[in-house]
Design a protein around this ligand. Structure first.
Ligand code: ADP
Ligand code: MG
Length: 604
């Protein structure tokens, strides 16, 4: 008997489901496309635990006729094409009749739907590919599809899903992309009960982008509309230096279908050319409209890839469109000059900056930090040239001390006639910065550092909301924080004392601490705590090596503070060890003991 056999129908379903449903975001994509095909103009999406626990997509579209209900879950059942010829002229998102069948084979599905020409609606339920049941229900015109327990019947696939945060992020990207392309359609995304995206229907293209990407980006939006032959490129590009550390905000669509295509990304990037800092990528949303016959949407089961027959021509038009949109923009050129002069100031070579950028792009990071910041920090930390004996003397606490140096990159050691002074470098610097910032806040004159490029930080939705709620208070000590759409926030200014050491990781840690404070105390206490936390994050670290000059600066500044003996959290910032005590501990005789010894033995 031969070994080859035809697979059972349910096994075939599971295998093809795997092609369409990779993760929860593929389900959201398919369901949203179905709602769009049904003519909905408002689509409400709610997800729980990254969509793994549940996904609900609700629309006000045409609804599904009662007679179609048992059929719509079957494989290759579609209302969208009938004949072979239809495949060449597809104007709907769906046409394979595979999505609902695939979803039902890997999850628990409930569909509540009602058309406008039937008296009652239908409730369809099906569990993991079982035959569906249909009962009557009543609801306004439209369809709600609820998908729960994804991959519960295939534990191996479920295990391969990412954690809820990553899956939520993927879903959010799917909805954001679709919403950017279709400003006339309303989209709402609720993640574990929190509203992440809220775009009403019938928005203008500009307003839609602002709703999605936030006000910081909005200020730098440039609209694109350019045609060449039968190809038309329309949408938006964002003026540098506002940009991203990766390609996640390069949105492309073809005939209003979201796509991602390396060639298109490279075309836009080359149009930005040197106007972006190394390792930074454009923010854009561009739709390509061209003859349907020049596009093949049949390439990929999830329709994520669309083959453009003459991609190099399209890329040329895209590049032209972006260049033209920017025109000979002065701001664009200024940024380029600013970057090169920054490079000069901090003395980095071309190779060094390339190394920096390849490091950035090889580990895709979401941060948009001012690229020069860490380099500036490095130059500050270069040890000073040979220090002389005199350099190391310093007046402090009414006496003269000699700077011995650092111990374990943690303590500053000072020597005086009387003994040894051990200073906790972090505690001391924190005290200095605390008093400095406190004074600036009191006088309402906080020194603020404007960032060349805002940091874009991705937080949990709850954290994003909370930190934006605190924006007014934070602004009074130098942080300008605003929502960047979804659960991202942008930070465009920082208190100057913090600016030079800021990095994405630093700022995330700082935000955590600020949120821990909660903002629930009295305004004055909260402000004081904010100043403390900021000082703490700005101060030199334990483990940071310091040059003699840097030690001198810290000691001189510490000497001018009022609370020099403690850090701002109340820990001691220094301890003194008297020479006498050291002598005694090791049994060394002091001057008076020597005098007694001499007297007893009649020595001179
Ligand atoms: P396709 O979209 O490729 O036709 P699907 O499996 O996604 O296949 O959907 C099957 C059919 O179910 C669709 O052709 C459509 O008739 C119907 N349908 C699915 N979702 C909706 C919806 N939200 N509103 C109205 N009809 C829907
Ligand atoms: Mg479909």
């Amino acid at each position: 008997m031969g070994k080859i056999r035809v697979l059972a129908e349910d096994l075939v379903s599971l295998i093809s489901a795997g092609e369409v449903i990779e993760n929860p975001s593929s389900i959201v994509k398919e369901l949203v496309e179905n709602s769009l095909d049904a003519g909905a103009n408002m689509i409400d999406i709610a997800i729980n635990e990254g969509g793994i626990r549940s996904i609900t997509v609700s629309d006000n579209g045409s609804g599904i006729l009662r007679d179609d209900c048992p059929v719509c879950l079957l494989r290759h059942s579609t209302s969208k094409i009938k004949t072979k010829e239809d495949i060449d002229e597809i104007s709907t998102y769906g046409f394979r009749g595979e999505a609902l069948a695939s979803i039902t084979s890997v999850a628990d599905v409930r569909i509540a739907t009602q058309t406008s020409n039937e008296e009652t609606g239908s409730l369809v339920t099906s569990r993991f590919g079982e035959n569906p049941t249909v009962v009557e229900t009543s609801r306004p015109k439209g369809t709600t599809i609820e998908v729960t327990d994804l991959f519960k019947n295939i534990p191996a696939r479920r295990k391969h899903l990412s954690d809820a945060r990553v899956e939520s992020q993927r879903i959010q990207e799917v909805v954001m992309k679709q919403a950017a392309i279709l400003p006339e359609i309303g989209f709402r995304l609720l993640r574990d009960g929190n509203t992440i995206i809220d775009c009403p229907p019938n928005q203008g293209a500009n307003d839609r982008i602002v709703s999605l990407w936030g006000i910081d980006v909005a200020k730098s939006l440039v609209s694109v509309d350019h045609s060449s032959g039968n190809i038309r490129i329309s949408g938006f590009v964002v003026r540098p230096p506002v940009s991203r550390g990766n390609r996640s905000r390069e949105y492309f669509s073809i005939l209003k279908r979201p796509i991602s295509d390396e060639h298109l990304s490279r075309a836009v990037e080359s149009a930005y050319s040197t106007t972006l800092m190394k390792g930074q990528y454009p923010i854009c949303a561009l739709d390509i409209s061209m003859e349907l016959s020049k596009v093949d949407v049949n390439v990929h089961p999830t329709k994520r890839e669309v083959r453009i027959l003459d991609i190099s021509k399209v890329c040329d038009v895209v590049k032209e469109a972006v260049r033209q949109a920017f025109g000979m923009s002065v701001e664009v050129e200024e940024t380029a000059t600013l970057q090169s002069s920054l490079d000069e100031t901090i003395g980095i070579t071309a190779e060094a900056s390339t190394a920096e950028s390849s490091q950035l792009s090889s580990q895709p990071s979401r941060h948009n930090q001012i690229a020069a910041a860490p380099l500036i920090e490095q130059t500050i930390l270069v040890p000073s040239s040979e220090s002389t004996e005199e350099d190391s003397e310093i007046d402090f606490l009414g006496g003269v001390f000699r700077i011995i140096g650092q111990m374990h990159d943690l303590y500053i050691l000072l020597e005086s006639e009387e003994g040894l002074l051990i200073i906790d470098q972090h505690a001391a610097h924190e005290r200095v910065l605390y008093e400095q910032l406190r004074k600036e806040v009191n006088q309402d004159r906080v020194a603020v550092q404007e960032l060349l490029q805002p940091f874009i930080l991705s937080l949990s939705p709850k954290d994003a909301e909370q930190i934006v709620d605190l924006a007014d208070t934070l602004e009074s000590i130098g942080y300008t924080i605003s929502s960047f759409g979804g659960n991202e926030v942008s930070i465009s200014t920082l208190p100057e004392i913090l600016g030079r050491t800021a990095s994405e990781t630093e700022l995330l840690a700082l935000i955590d601490r600020i949120l821990d404070l909660g903002g629930k105390e009295a305004e004055e206490t909260f402000m004081d705590n904010l100043v403390k936390v900021t000082a703490c994050h700005s101060a030199v670290r334990a483990g940071q090596s310091l040059s003699t000059d840097e030690i001198r600066d810290i000691i001189l500044e510490l000497s001018a503070t009022t609370g020099k003996y403690n850090c701002c959290h109340g820990r001691p910032s220094m301890i003194r060890i008297r020479k006498e005590d050291i002598d005694r501990s090791v049994g060394r005789m002091g001057a008076s003991a020597i005098a007694r010894y001499k007297a007893r033995h009649g020595l001179k």
